[in-house]
Ligand binder design. Sequence first.
Ligand code: COA
Ligand code: MG
Length: 289
Amino acid sequence: MDIARSLMFVPGHRAKMVDKAGGLGTLDLAMFDIEDGVPPAEKDTARALLGAKLPTMTAARPRRFVRVNAVKSDRFARDVAAVVVPGVEGLALPKVESADEVRDAERDVAERERETGAKGTTFIVAIESAIGLLRAYEIAAASPRVMGLMFGAEDFANDLGLPTDRRGAARELAQARAQIVFAATAAHVQSYDGVWPEIADLDGLRRDSVQSRELGFTGKTLIHPGQIETINAVFTPSDADVDLARKVVAAFEEAVRRGEGAIAFGGQLIDLPIVERARRVIALYEATR
Ligand code: COA
Ligand code: MG
């Protein structure tokens, strides 16, 4: 199992931040940015910097992705030329609105992989508009390279015309977030929720992350190293979670040996879907230790 719980945006034109992110062993995935976190005049700097640094970054963690500019933009070709190099594990594709965009990206990336020797570049696809959301399943299923859908909450809110001051953004957008989870699950890919923008408010981050988890997201994007620990903790089963899961599985297996299909355990019905969930908790727990 290879689930990314914490995915951090890193401005791609800031050498110090790129280096720092590359050394954060607790971070699951770094998304070095050339899109909206980088001003137009700095995009060439970001391309050159990432193109040079990625091949030298060899640590097992974090995984290294680059958020390129939109596939439909005229910047995309230059981004792919610069950063699809050995050392990059994937691209985050922003503002995707159709399955064709994913297939176009796939073709360009495959061609560049042949030139540079990069291999197996996967995609995280950002859903950031109403039309993207309505097509989220076909987008997620458009290519075997797609590893997950990511929710771009700020651009999505902008598409809807929501006001700028949105402290409770997560609640307002709960329906869109849930739909992203459904689409990703149906396409057998992961799902990553949008960022909590208030860096100093760790309680808010925890509550927002718990809501992400309860909606079914498999991970969450973030913007500052101080947010990694909270997100990893929320998306990792606790000792108590796994203890309960192991008891559920054991009780069920015992019941099956007796020839029973469903049993009561601690006052709760235990049947096959609950056991399957318990097994997933155990697998995730073991994969994240
Ligand atoms: N990636 C890598 N390193 C980061 C980082 C990030 N996203 N955010 C902060 N850091 C580093 C800082 O460089 C600093 O490193 P140092 O201790 O070695 O000097 C350390 O973490 C502490 O940072 P801090 O001083 O608290 O924050 P800051 O003022 O340097 O940066 C932001 C605050 C918001 C500018 C910064 O977090 C940022 O740029 N985040 C990404 C925003 C982004 O990409 N948005 C677009 C996508 S939503
Ligand atoms: Mg965006």
